[in-house]
Write a protein that binds this ligand. Structure first.
Ligand SMILES: Nc1ncnc2c1ncn2[C@@H]1O[C@H](COP(=O)(O)OP(=O)(O)OP(=O)(O)O)[C@@H](O)[C@H]1O
Length: 286
């Protein structure tokens, strides 16, 4: 059994080899460096030789087969429809050999996950609310365009000069739309993050609940330095809901807002309602 798992991870690593700097894709995009990787994609910073501009090229992770390709095509379709200056713009799609690629506008900056866990950035209550409001404004706009993101997590939020951007629309769906592309998947996919998220209702409330977990992550970033007891697992969306109230010692006003986002009481119906409520809190904090 252990030999099988050794060989399957070896095979996955071999199939997911990184493209070297200088590699040309479709005689147009020159790879400069790998900028990030997730479970389903490897993203490269490339030069578009026809325009001279820097672009981001996301490759469907070869070891994840057809499923990663389906997610990439889905993401491309979403980005073709959705338009916002704070999300990547769709540029192109390529098939080369057995590989599929999505070309999009390049976002400079670091993900919130890198800022908190890599650079030790801390967010106090006021800053956590300010950043969450930036996210909610963007999410509200996405909802108004008829979509839900459904994967609002700190690795999917990028900061460029203190401005917030959102990436990874692979799990995004139209509001009310049924789950995508899981029909042909083997059992091993069922345990994975994307599969576990695929059946979440495509409703604005699902995103608002994720925003609640996002806000807790920001708040826990300063809790970490103050006390050395329990803290959320790296990248894990499920922070213990029974304990954060005891651990974080938030003001009553902020606790109520987090609970409403997490749908533990009187849930917000729309992002705009949460925005108005957090803005009211911010004026109390001043
Ligand atoms: N448009 C972009 N500009 C700059 N960097 C990007 C862009 N898109 C993605 N990245 C980088 O690539 C990384 C992986 O991208 P992404 O999250 O879309 O991949 P994924 O495989 O779908 O991830 P996940 O496992 O979270 O589903 C990101 O964390 C980010 O660092």
């Amino acid at each position: 059994m252990r030999m099988i798992s050794f060989f399957s991870s070896f095979a996955a690593a071999w199939r997911d080899y990184r493209l070297d700097s200088g590699t040309q894709l479709a005689n147009r995009y020159t790879v400069r460096e790998l900028i990030g990787e997730g479970s389903y994609g490897l993203t490269y910073k490339c030069t578009d030789e026809t325009t001279g501009s820097i672009v981001a090229v996301k490759q469907a992770r070869p070891s994840k087969g057809e499923y990663a390709k389906q997610l990439l095509v889905h993401e491309a379709n979403v980005l073709k429809t959705l338009h916002h200056p704070r999300i990547p713009g769709y540029l192109d799609q390529l098939e080369e050999g057995r590989n599929s690629y999505l070309v999009m506008t390049f976002l400079r900056g670091a993900t919130l996950e890198d800022l908190i866990f890599g650079q030790g950035r801390r967010y106090d209550e006021a800053e956590s609310v300010r950043v969450t409001l930036q996210l909610l404004e963007l999410v509200d706009d996405i909802h108004r365009q008829g979509f839900v993101h459904l994967d609002l997590r700190i690795p999917n939020v990028v900061f460029q000069e203190e401005e917030l951007y959102l990436i990874d629309f692979g799990l995004s769906r139209g509001i009310g739309e049924s789950p995508i592309a899981l029909q042909s998947q083997g059992r091993w996919h069922q345990r994975e993050h994307a599969a576990s998220r695929a059946f979440i209702p495509a409703e604005p409330q699902s995103d608002l609940e994720d925003v609640g977990h996002f806000l807790l992550f920001l708040l826990y970033s300063s809790f970490d330095t103050k006390r050395q007891s329990s803290h959320p697992t790296h990248g894990n969306r499920q922070i213990s809901e029974s304990s954060w109230q005891d651990e974080l010692h938030l003001s009553g006003e902020l606790t109520t807002r987090v609970e409403r986002l997490l749908q533990l009481r009187d849930p917000y119906a729309h992002a705009s309602e949460a925005i108005a409520d957090l803005k009211a809190l911010r004026s109390l904090q001043r």
